[in-house]
Design a protein around this ligand. Sequence first.
Ligand SMILES: [Zn+2]
Ligand SMILES: [Zn+2]
Length: 239
Amino acid sequence: MAKLEISKVHDAYAEEGECPLCDLREAAEANYIHSFTHSRVMEPNVRVQTNRRGFCPAHLALLYAADNKLGLGLVLHTHLQEILPRISAALETARSAAEGRRERERADAAARELAALRDTCFICDLLDLDMERYRSTILYLWQKDPDFLPIIGASRGFCLPHYLELLGTAERSLDTKRLSAWLGLTVPLMERSFATLEHDLLDFTQLHHDANRSMGSDDVRTALGRTIQKLAGARFRPS
Ligand SMILES: [Zn+2]
Ligand SMILES: [Zn+2]
């Protein structure tokens, strides 16, 4: 079983947001961005991984926005040296397609290789492992900790992307009876959460029509951002 992250999961539930998994992912990601632009950037075992895996577009943008351009430049330089042969080989395949040899097949192969280079990311690899741990911890606490049941029962459920991922973990790790119980708990939670959001979002739109221009409650003022998080995950939540 994956290592459990009990205190982090409890902390995320204490935030009482739209999705504890969004909060956990954001905290882990911020931690990686900070450590990759500070202490960890030159550790030899980390360099082996960053040279090999590189970073996806979203994480390159976050690393660049952090304040260690020299460290990032050094890391990307050795990564570039490592991947240049793969880029050259993919472009060579594309060139041979341009010269009229098995055009479509070779153009597809070149595109697949370039897309893989774009999308592989050491930080995404680490976050995928963390998220699996967080999902397993939620399912563990739900099964083993009687104090957790009222906490999850009073929560706003999860965003759609994380609920989907959690469903996958639940299907893989729970027996049929427990899977039914998990769905019996979370489906009404998600339904209630979406119904509340719909109500809050309507009030949010009314705020802008209201001749009195009242400020509205906190839940109403934040309804648009929370709806976007609910549908797309916190990465797309407007700040
Ligand atoms: Zn989420
Ligand atoms: Zn990434």
